[in-house]
Design a binder for this molecule. Structure first.
Ligand code: AHG
Ligand code: MN
Ligand code: MN
Length: 354
């Protein structure tokens, strides 16, 4: 009797309708495919992305049950280094990222919105050559209304240990990012990342606990109808941003969308085009968003998708921070829409110089 070959069994199963409903490419497999290698660097990046995915799964799990778990929601009663009220989920998410990287041998240092100084994992430092920068929970004002939130991350090569917490090697431009992305906790949990080879999205299949490839090489349209900005700040904006807002109010083809969570707003723009703005105000010319773990990772992604990100006068990727928690104005999205905002900023500058 002849033995049935594996190929024959597979073909028979396919004939009978036992096929996968899609090509189940997981996150770690995707990194190897992107790098076309199993080199030590590729192993590192794949393992790093896997751990970030694990953090995303743990945070998504808690979020999905947060209304049922005692003490999951609400404020802690403390303020963070930015002077912002801290929520329990902010601290939980911050701790999740630390715990998934402990004993990983991958990351020596983590720097986040919720920690004044970077957190060192000494046992990793002899071999862990990377730093993770992250916003553990973005859009946390949405938590208590069960609306979308996210996590933002960037990976940089570690170029020195700075025991006093200054982490001077982090004070470099966005081109130093090796990888960046976000996790969006919405109706489904999605992970979007880039290692400098395009932008790719994954959807968490909770039944198997894996992020499965959703879209590869996502391209942001060169123009989109959405403008995404908190217009409640109109009274305190520079005149140039008011000029831009008046323009979109008076022209056909624009629509406003603003969720209060950068991750959700950028996700919309990544897929459908448009522009997100968090400009400086007269009182706070640097705006609200933080360069190293909000604006720069998003700039890396959107540029990889063919869009642009600027402060209004300088490309976000070129900004060299002076301190870890530095804020920056942000105009990000479709090329043409970012250019339109810039044109109003330049016009005002010209008029003020005349
Ligand atoms: P975080 O929750 O990490 O502090 O970030 C909130 C950010 C960002 O997600 C959002 O775009 C923006 O703050 C919203 O700010 P306003 O409420 O001032 O519009
Ligand atoms: Mn944030
Ligand atoms: Mn946050």
């Amino acid at each position: 009797m002849t033995q049935t070959s594996v190929e024959q069994i597979s073909a028979d199963l396919l004939d009978q309708g036992y096929y996968l409903d899609r090509d189940c490419t997981t996150l770690s497999r995707h990194v190897f495919q992107q790098l076309e290698s199993f080199s030590p660097e590729a192993q590192d990046i794949s393992a790093l992305m896997n751990r970030i995915g694990l953090a995303g799964k743990l945070i998504a799990r808690r979020l999905s049950r947060s209304g049922l778990v005692d003490d999951a929601l609400g404020f802690t009663g403390t303020v963070n280094v930015q002077g912002e009220a801290v929520k329990k989920m902010d601290l939980y998410s911050n701790a999740v990222f630390i715990s998934v990287f402990k004993q990983s041998g991958l990351v020596c240092r983590l720097a986040s919105e919720e920690m004044e100084k970077p957190y060192y994992i000494p046992e990793n430092c002899p071999i862990g050559r990377y730093t993770l920068l992250y916003d553990p929970l973005d859009g946390s004002s949405n938590l208590d209304i069960n609306s979308n939130v996210g996590s933002i991350f960037a990976i940089r090569q570690q170029e020195g240990i700075d025991e006093d917490g200054a982490a001077l090697d982090l004070l470099q431009d966005g081109h130093k990012q090796l990888a960046a992305g976000y996790i969006l906790y919405g109706p489904s949990t999605m992970l979007v990342y880039s290692i400098g080879k395009g932008v790719h999205s994954f959807t968490l299949d909770p039944t198997i606990g894996e992020f499965i490839l959703a879209d590869e090489h996502i391209k942001t349209p060169v123009h989109g109808p959405v403008y995404s900005v908190n217009e409640g700040n109109f009274w305190q904006w520079e005149e140039s941003i008011r000029d831009y807002t008046r323009y979109v109010h008076r022209h056909e083809g624009y629509t406003a969308r603003y969720s209060g969570a950068l991750v959700g707003d950028i996700h919309r723009i990544l897929y459908q085009g448009g522009v997100f703005l968090y400009p400086g105000t007269v009182k706070n010319p640097e705006g609200k968003l933080r360069l190293l773990y909000e604006s720069a990772p998003m700039a890396f992604l959107i540029e990889q998708a063919g869009g642009r990100a600027t402060t209004g006068i300088q490309e976000i990727m070129d900004v060299i921070p002076e301190k870890i928690h530095q804020r920056t104005p942000l105009v990000i999205g479709s090329k043409e829409d970012v250019a339109l905002v810039e044109s109003f900023i330049r016009d005002r500058e010209r008029r003020e110089q005349d």
